[in-house]
Design a binder for this molecule. Structure first.
Ligand code: FE2
Length: 378
């Protein structure tokens, strides 16, 4: 509910019933008008361009009627109603958190000691609340396990079906992770792998990865996940200058291990939004290419920060480890959570299948489920 509104030609100042006050500009209100000439009533998409709004748009009247705001814009002489609840949801006149490297709302960072978020195969397929909780864990923590699934090949594709689509790459719709005689990628050997994000040489990177276990009787081969956002926070706290270097200059990544493939990217190891929010981590020793975008007099400090980030990621206090059983899988947000595996011996067998998918589809499915079941949302 709105209590009152005052205006001048360039803005409206609103007093909400809870005692707070917010300002809204004329151009912002006109652009976001909710009338059917501005917004399609079916899909909510905007029907006008920025050029359709007069550059000299102004407010000639603003009043509160039945708790909502009614504004008249000139020179169009157009009157539009803004519901109080809509205005409250879209307040932008507020103090901003300007901390560099801050987390987006809804993200919780973690290290060793947390219980791995986990869903049950049958439950997430049969029960909407179980599915929503599993998707919510991926959104909040950047990874989740799924247990008691089938042990047939290609079962991982059904994991992607829960929220979206497999992202096919030059490795195919999915790839086999087991020892090969002449591997095209070190992932297909028994060597241990340092914690990494996958495919940083792609732009855009695959934003989700699913690894699904079909056999795992070999010695070793445990999976480890590390929260790259927690690692970035630790680097920022220990060495803010180094953090700024890794965020401020592009690294280079490359993969050309197969015929006809030469993937290259130029992206930072720590990616921030333009206003300082932490949005991505790329870390992969196997596919790092020579860094040529860091100024000469900053290169040694850049490398020191890179080494320090690697030490944080390798710190045993950071990783959550588990050994997947046949029929178990895990999904990681590949823009945030690094995965590793311990080396494994030739005795017994280890067979995983992996695929990529995209986080926007998962977040969309989660948001739509929360809208459909608001009473069950956390
Ligand atoms: Fe990997």
């Amino acid at each position: 509910m709105l209590r009152s509104a005052t205006h001048d030609p360039s803005m409206v100042t609103i007093d909400f019933a809870n005692g707070t006050q917010s300002r809204f500009h004329a151009i912002w209100l006109r652009d976001n008008a909710l009338d059917p000439e501005t917004r399609a009533s079916g899909n909510g998409q905007r029907l006008i361009t920025i050029g359709d709004i007069p550059a000299d748009v102004s407010i000639s009247a603003a009043e509160v009627v039945k708790g909502d705001l009614i504004v008249t814009f000139q020179p169009e002489d157009k009157t539009v109603t803004f519901p109080a609840s809509w205005l409250a949801e879209h307040i932008y006149d507020r103090d901003r958190d300007s901390e560099i490297g801050r987390l987006a709302p809804g993200i919780t960072t973690w290290e060793r000691g947390i219980d791995a978020p986990c869903g049950d195969w049958d439950a997430v397929h049969a029960n909407l609340t179980a599915k929503r909780d599993w998707l919510a864990a991926v959104a909040e923590y950047g990874f989740a396990k799924l247990t008691d699934g089938p042990t047939e090949p290609e079962s991982l594709l059904k994991v992607a079906d829960l929220f979206g689509y497999v992202r096919e790459t030059n490795y195919g719709p999915y790839f086999e992770v087991r020892t090969e005689v002449n591997p095209t990628n070190l992932a297909y050997t028994g060597l241990g792998l340092q914690a990494h994000t996958d495919n940083p040489y792609r732009d855009p990177v695959p934003t989700l990865q699913i690894l699904y276990c079909l056999e795992n009787s070999a010695e070793g081969g445990d999976s480890i996940v590390v929260d790259g956002f927690r690692a970035a926070e630790r680097l920022r706290d220990q060495n803010p200058v180094g953090f700024a270097l890794l965020a401020g200059y592009p690294a280079r990544f490359e993969y050309k291990g197969s015929d006809g493939v030469c993937l290259q990217s130029r992206r930072p190891m720590i990616e921030l939004s333009p206003d300082g929010e932490l949005i991505g981590i790329r870390f992969n020793n196997r596919s790092s290419a020579p860094f040529v975008d860091v100024p000469f007099d900053q290169m040694e400090a850049y490398y020191a920060a890179y080494r320090q980030l690697g030490e944080i990621i390798d710190d045993p206090a950071m990783g959550v480890s588990f050994k997947l059983e046949p029929g178990e899988s895990f999904i990681v947000d590949n823009t945030r959570v690094l995965h590793a595996r311990l080396g494994y011996s030739g005795a017994g067998s280890r067979w995983l299948q992996g695929c990529y998918a995209d986080k926007d589809g998962l977040l969309s499915t989660l948001a739509a489920m929360r809208m459909a079941q608001p009473e069950a949302a956390e």
